[in-house]
Design a protein around this ligand. Structure first.
Ligand SMILES: NC(=O)c1ccc[n+]([C@@H]2O[C@H](COP(=O)([O-])OP(=O)(O)OC[C@H]3O[C@@H](n4cnc5c(N)ncnc54)[C@H](OP(=O)(O)O)[C@@H]3O)[C@@H](O)[C@H]2O)c1
Length: 443
């Protein structure tokens, strides 16, 4: 039996809305679960909007390339909308509106069409629930897209409903080092303290039906009530999914793969422990830019253009590279070639504002433990120097504290950090670790 009914817990957030839209557009029945008690009350706003609207960079390309005279309906759909669920949705809408195959679509019509066709209203394919306990039973699959920081509360909320869904697979898409990652046997049997809430979550659910998910190249943004957007082309997005307890390709796992593929998303299955570790460390290398971006208040381009902040990023990635090696993960032939390649890839995403910086700007707690602390823990246990990562963590924790307590203090703190760093650069080759650049002197 194929998966038909899906609950997306955290479905009113950035990743959750994209997954909900894409799966509903492909004809599945999706229940978006969010909590009214959360600060932003996104579910309430989404209900007001009456559904989810989707936007991706491909739409802007269509608008740019469409000649004023227009294209026929069919060539418009086939030539420009290469994303399967978008194509399905657009075709259905054009049929419903009575557009014939050779009818021309003009630039003026286009904007209207995209706006109307891309809205999936709350209705037969899209339901909402304001609490996990209100998910209708049965569900064939549950995707959890809350942040790492929300898992403890979520577990407390649905602990009583778990027995009602004994066999339903639950995949958790949380960024960072994942609890399903088993460190090399030499360093084995260990738990990383920073992932405590994640171990607790997957173990309470039951390891037999817990899946871990990694999403790559998504760039999902929850713009406003019900407005879902991806900043990078959907066609490049990859979903990696695998069971927490083993690396077997189970029938359950294949069903989930089919589900995402039916919606046109590309799925990778970990074929071995090392395979999943490789993907996870590649993603972690990108995450190493998140915290410096939040500390210095800079997007990727700004971070790399300034030699002072670039040095911080490069050394953080160096330390990660060494930690990966202890886990038999070789990110490239050499550390230098890995960094060079990474930096050149980052040139394509210069305007990107990493999620940790977004969290600080919005006064939300960051995912610093899953993204950074867990990596430092692993470094410590495997004997790798983590001086840069530790200092980054300390500064991020302080910035986060300022952002939560009094946001007006964040920028003055950043200014002070930068002033002290450039002063330290006059006397040290590694100003970020220099004695005259200490966290204590910043406070
Ligand atoms: N955005 C991306 O492109 C991207 C890419 C790769 C990985 N990731 C990772 O994916 C995860 C989700 O990220 P995101 O950007 O989608 O975060 P997000 O926009 O904050 O979405 C999380 C959603 O979960 C909701 N939520 C929190 N606790 C809940 C609960 N107990 N019950 C139901 N809903 C709950 C939140 O509601 P409230 O806001 O009301 O609390 C929010 O709508 C993170 O680990 C992130 O690092 C994201």
């Amino acid at each position: 039996m194929k998966i038909k009914n899906i609950a997306i817990v955290g479905g009113s957030g950035a990743v959750g809305m994209v997954q909900s839209w894409i799966l509903a557009a492909a004809g599945h029945t999706v229940t978006i679960v969010s909590s009214r008690t959360q600060g932003s009350q996104r579910l309430v706003q989404l209900q007001k909007h009456g559904g989810i609207t989707f936007h991706c960079p491909e739409f802007d390309d269509i608008a740019q390339s469409l000649p004023e005279t227009g294209l026929s309906r069919d060539s418009f759909v086939k030539k420009f909308v290469g994303i399967k669920p978008v194509q399905l949705r657009m075709e259905k809408y054009l049929d419903q509106e009575g557009f014939t195959s050779d009818e021309l679509i003009s630039k003026v019509q286009l904007e209207q069409l995209i706006r109307e066709a891309m809205k999936i209203p709350i209705g037969p394919h899209l339901n909402v629930a304001n609490h996990v306990k209100n998910i209708e039973i049965p569900q064939d699959y549950i995707a959890v897209t809350v942040k790492a920081t929300g898992l403890t509360k979520l577990l407390a909320q649905h602990i009583n409903t778990i027995p009602q869904l004994p066999n339903t697979p639950v995949a958790t898409f949380v960024n960072g080092l994942m609890p399903w990652f088993r460190p090399e046997p030499d360093f084995g049997g260990m738990r990383l303290p920073a992932l405590h809430n994640q171990y607790e979550y997957v173990e309470t659910l039951g390891l037999n039906r817990s899946m871990g998910g990694i999403i790559i190249k998504y760039g999902a943004v929850a713009d406003a009530p019900g407005l879902s957007r991806v900043k990078t082309p959907v066609q490049n997005a990859r979903t990696v999914i695998g069971p927490v307890a083993s690396v077997e390709i189970t029938p359950q796992l294949l069903k989930i793969k089919d589900l995402y593929e039916s919606a046109g998303l590309s799925v990778l299955l970990p074929v071995s422990d090392r395979g999943i570790a490789q993907i996870m460390f590649e993603k972690l290398a990108l995450n190493m830019l998140n915290s410096p971006a939040a500390i210095f208040g800079r997007n990727i381009g700004e971070l790399l253009d300034d030699s002072l902040t670039r040095e911080v990023v490069v050394n953080a990635v160096n330390e990660l590279y060494e930690i990966a090696k202890t886990q038999a993960v070789y990110l490239a032939n050499s550390r230098d070639s890995f960094i060079k390649d990474l930096l050149s890839k980052l040139e394509n995403v210069r305007p990107l504002i990493p999620s940790t910086l977004q969290d600080i700007e919005a006064g939300r707690p960051t995912e610093k433990d899953a993204i950074l602390r867990a990596v430092i823990d692993l470094g410590k246990k495997t004997g790798v120097h983590t001086s840069y990562l530790e200092r980054i963590y300390e500064l991020l924790a302080e910035i986060e504290h300022q952002a939560l307590v009094d946001r007006t203090q964040v920028q003055p703190f950043r200014d002070k950090v930068l002033a002290l760093l450039s002063q330290a650069a006059k006397s040290s080759k590694h100003p970020f670790l220099a004695a005259n650049f200490t966290v204590r002197s910043i406070f």
